[in-house]
Design a protein around this ligand. Structure first.
Ligand SMILES: Cc1cc2nc3c(=O)[nH]c(=O)nc-3n(C[C@H](O)[C@H](O)[C@H](O)COP(=O)(O)OP(=O)(O)OC[C@H]3O[C@@H](n4cnc5c(N)ncnc54)[C@H](O)[C@@H]3O)c2cc1C
Length: 241
């Protein structure tokens, strides 16, 4: 199936994230040993402490928590946006080492169909599919042509890919710490963010809530906290979901 759909999962995350945040923060103000702190923290509810920490803007302790996500079924257009976030580590499927030459089954490279095109109905989705097939033809042409002169499959792949569209599917694994995730969610859960990265951020946010429900309850688009700064560009939808 050449059309792809968004899939987000967590590969790994810091264990006991809220306890680690509390331990790191309390280290700043306590004479206790690490073992004593750890013991106290495990016996007491840290909810109010985390709330206080975040309301004070004391965010360094939350940097001790990180989440590694895997994302599949997204476009290269999304990749260009997410990799603008610099406090993150990415490993992305390579278009050099992984070719998109159509095989005997004549399948095309995978791609993402924007919802606005799906909304126009099946007739227009078929037009989009045909356009992708045409592009696949361009890719195959260059792949074969370069195969006559270039010595390695990587060279064929890396230059044939120049004709691939922004819709081409990619997948990647990336890690962000919780402070960067707060920043990422504030920008990308906002209704002003582009639809695909917003949909991805929404799935990431739901998963993050499962990892550290107290901590991430304080993350979200600024409107969630009555703090929209978009001015005249405000979405007028009230709060984001
Ligand atoms: C709705 C929307 C529209 C956008 N449109 C465009 C566009 O048209 N064109 C475009 O080019 N980009 C656009 N962007 C991308 C945007 O400009 C940022 O590159 C992207 O959101 C990453 O944000 P950031 O730089 O704040 O955060 P990150 O890179 O995630 O960094 C987090 C924070 O760390 C700090 N930081 C990181 N690196 C440095 C540094 N070198 N020096 C000082 N402080 C640093 C900053 O405080 C920063 O906010 C858009 C983003 C959004 C959300």
């Amino acid at each position: 199936m050449p059309q792809s759909n968004l899939k987000v999962s967590i590969v790994e995350h810091t264990p006991n994230p809220e306890n680690i945040v509390a331990l790191a923060a309390k280290m700043c103000y306590s004479k206790c040993s690490v073992d004593e702190l750890r013991d106290k923290i495990s016996k007491n509810d840290q909810r109010d402490f985390i709330k206080k920490l975040i309301s004070m803007g004391h965010l360094t302790p939350i940097e001790h928590v990180s989440i590694t996500y895997a994302v599949e079924g997204v476009s290269r257009a999304l990749l260009a946006q997410i990799t603008r976030h610099r406090i993150a580590t990415f490993c992305v499927k390579s278009q050099r080492y992984v070719g998109e030459r159509s095989g005997p089954s004549k399948e095309t490279f995978n791609y993402i169909v924007p919802p606005s095109i799906k909304k126009l109905g099946d007739k227009y989705v078929r037009v989009f599919d045909e356009q992708m097939k045409t592009i696949q033809g361009f890719y195959d042409f260059w792949h074969d042509k370069l195969g006559e002169s270039e010595k390695t499959i990587e060279t064929q792949n890396e230059d044939a890919r120049f004709v691939l569209p922004n819709a081409a599917e990619t997948k990647f694994v990336f890690t962000m710490n919780a402070r960067e995730l707060f920043h990422f969610f504030s920008l990308r859960l906002c209704m002003r963010a582009q639809w695909e990265i917003r949909a991805m951020a929404a799935k990431m946010y739901k998963l993050a809530l499962g990892v550290a429900p107290v901590l991430f309850s304080y993350a979200g688009a600024p409107c969630k906290f009555g703090n929209c700064k978009e001015g005249t560009l405000k979405c007028k939808k009230g709060t984001t979901p």
